[in-house]
Design a protein around this ligand. Sequence first.
Ligand SMILES: C[S@@+](CC[C@H](N)C(=O)[O-])C[C@H]1O[C@@H](n2cnc3c(N)ncnc32)[C@H](O)[C@@H]1O
Length: 317
Amino acid sequence: MNASLDRFAPQPCALPNPVYAGPMTWRVLELFAGLGGWRLAFRGIGSVVAAYDISPHANATYALNHGERPRARELASVPIRELAAHGADTWALSPPCQPTCRMGLKRDLEDPRSKAFLHLLEVLAEAPPERLVLENVAGFPGSGSHARLVALLERLGFQRADLLLCPTALGIPNQRPRFYLIAARHPVRLMAPEPLEPAPLAPYLDPESDPDLILSPEEVARFGPGLDLVEPTDKRSTCFIGGYGQRYVGSGSFLRLEDGRLRRFSPAEVARLLGYPEGFRFPEPLPREARYKLLGNGLSLPAARWIVENLISSAPA
Ligand SMILES: C[S@@+](CC[C@H](N)C(=O)[O-])C[C@H]1O[C@@H](n2cnc3c(N)ncnc32)[C@H](O)[C@@H]1O
């Protein structure tokens, strides 16, 4: 285990919660694990009994930071009995968003990338956990995937609640509106936070600008007019997508330096805005583009933690 990640101590429960009185021992199955965002969001509440992800880059980064390598498996073909054998009582999942993403083709259930999600619905029907939490893009409700999930949860007698939450409401200067759903065998609720004024970007920035991040005059001439530009005193930035390392307009904000030059945010800065602890690392020599891709797929940890706390808060005594 990367000792520095231990500094990411669980925050005290921010919600009124007469039940939660110390560490909980939920057994979490982390599906589409990526960087392990759900693992961090569940810290002190539950431990991951198994994680699954098909990406070698994600799994190497996960192993470096969490000390355990996820199972590198195509989830569509993991047998029900294998998933059930972990004895998880909690599922945490962030299925790939491309089938419903605003930038994708929106083929929804026809998209081959929905196959794993559809398989997991079969597993859910056969071996349901006590509770689950799901994160996806804002366009997920209204999709066929969402409709299938909701119909199944109703058939299984689960109660559910959902919330569109952006970390800006939690005081983070980064837009990342995401759809969250929680479900359990008891009544659940998802409260929206009292919106906080976002903080300035300055504390999230690296002390020195990496010269490799600075845009060339040619890039500025070609893409500058369409870029979302921010300064360290600004209290906002746009959502950083997986393609931020290669794309310009609509991929995330760019920083205007004091001398007028423009640069990308570094992966470390994006990670800080997503709430990753300072000790979070990428394996060397993972290229910068791959780091942006993993982060662009990742969770906002403060938002995910808010959702998990709501789930605890609605747990019966
Ligand atoms: C939206 S990301 C999840 C991010 C994650 N919650 C985090 O904290 O970083 C989706 C992840 O699912 C993985 N994935 C996509 N399709 C998969 C499949 N069929 N089987 C296993 N993993 C898959 C991708 O490699 C990616 O890491």
